[in-house]
Write a protein of this length. Structure first.
Length: 253
């Protein structure tokens, strides 16, 4: 577990530009949180970082720092939640991925992924490589590059293989567009969350009287499928489905 939190100059500058309506400035709160963390007052660090979150500020570094503080404070469910939030903003951050893996190794529920359909995991992979807007920018660059090559070929003599390169670039642009669509769909149509309660009962139906399927514990990740009243229908990593009380989970996005 990497102990030192990220607190960049840009991060503090942006916070300083945001009015969170606190008695303290955002910079002071961030510095207070970092100081508390360095002094091993992890509960105080969690409280300070959460003030920024509640004030409407969301940043990958902030979520990473809060995940670290929650882990040190023994709040494993919240640690997973904020590491996942950090990854939703910066999917390739190695420190976050490493710390999340460590926290998961300490969870009570070690959900078996072997029953999950492999094609589903592959299908959702684009969203872990880049965010939807990054895929869209890549698509735009490839389109301009492909069209530029065709324009060059029409105006000047070119090697016989040049048209094939242009076609290949445009074909790659099509695949990137598909990845962008899948990434966007995952973000907006396939929401996920983390169990924050120490224990939560997965039930067959959306009511307390419904038979229990199993007991889940904090830190377990779920995918939301449906909602009835205060109950959420969820799917576990192993493909198992059931209903949870909404108050027992926190949404990643």
């Amino acid at each position: 577990m990497k102990k030192n939190n990220k607190l960049s100059i840009v991060f503090l500058f942006v916070l300083g530009c945001i009015d969170l309506s606190f008695a303290q400035t955002p910079i002071q709160i961030a510095q207070q949180a970092q100081k508390a963390y360095q002094q091993s007052r992890y509960a105080d660090a969690v409280s300070a970082y959460e003030k920024l979150i509640q004030g409407g500020y969301h940043d990958a570094d902030l979520c990473y720092n809060l995940g670290n503080a929650c882990f040190r404070a023994g709040k494993l469910g919240k640690a997973v939640l904020y590491y996942e939030k950090a990854l939703s903003l910066d999917p390739t951050d190695e420190a976050t991925l490493r710390n999340l893996e460590q926290v998961r190794s300490e969870l009570t529920d070690q959900i078996d992924h072997s029953a999950a359909p492999e094609w589903w995991d592959w299908f959702l992979q684009p969203q872990w490589i880049m965010r939807p807007n990054a895929w869209a920018i890549t698509f735009g660059v490839l389109i301009w590059l492909g069209m530029g090559l065709f324009w060059y070929i029409r105006r000047k003599p070119a090697a016989p293989w040049t048209p094939w390169v242009a076609r290949g670039v445009l074909a790659l642009a099509f695949l990137v567009a598909l990845a962008a669509a899948l990434s966007y769909w995952h973000d907006h149509q396939n929401p996920s969350g983390v169990i924050l309660s120490k224990e939560a009962t997965l039930r067959i139906g959306p009511e307390q009287a419904s038979p229990a399927i199993r007991t889940l514990h904090e830190g377990t990740k779920v995918a939301y499928l449906d909602k009835i009243g205060t109950w959420d229908k969820v799917r576990l990593a192993n493909g198992q489905e059931g209903w949870l009380e909404g108050k027992s989970t926190g949404r990643i996005r």
